[in-house]
Ligand binder design. Sequence first.
Ligand code: CDP
Length: 224
Amino acid sequence: MDRRGNFLHIAIDGPAGAGKSTVAKEVAKRLGISYLDTGAMYRVVAYKALRDGIPLEDEELITTLAENIEISFEHGEKEAVYCNGEDVTEAIRDAEVSRAVSLVASYPGVRKRLVKLQRQAATKGSFVVDGRDIGTHVLPEAKVKIFLTASVEERAKRRYLENLQSGKKTTLEEVTADIESRDRLDSQREYAPLKVAKDAIIIDTTGLTIEEVTAKIVEIAREA
Ligand code: CDP
């Protein structure tokens, strides 16, 4: 909380593989505040659509799905994401979900519903929130706005190594193609696209370690 007793909100936006979620989690831990992964929420909708066999191109059906889905998070010793009570933490990271998510996330009705949930969560406490439109659209009043980026090559390499470590079989080519395609869809969609907020601090994480980026954001937040 700041001196006026307001909650502290730190928005971290940027393209896929820029390191947002790893850094956001660590910043939240160091500042003793909560973390909200908005990307996971869009992933849950994409996952459920795929599982229920809902055609991804059917905007109306996908929007109805998003309006009726229950998404919850577990924080602490176990970090988990639930969809209608089912643990989908691993499932939402599948390559199939990654390929589907940006189309689903381009539908205004889906975004309106998830943004409403995100804003509701933010009224309850101090949060680090990561996503694509947090500083520009979800929490435009956030005290600290960070835009994390890195070259496509570096982001693809990081995601590829991450997949290897978690036992997911992908090739560097597949990961690069997925990142490039999502970057394009996320920045070109009409409603709340990925862009740098006017008052955001841009951090190019190419060549920086997680620790360096985390320390930088913690320092910015402490001075804000
Ligand atoms: O972790 P990664 O960067 O791969 O992606 P994510 O944060 O899990 O987000 C997955 C996808 O959800 C993005 O590619 C966007 O299409 C969408 N998304 C969005 O549109 N708005 C947000 N605030 C967060 C994610």
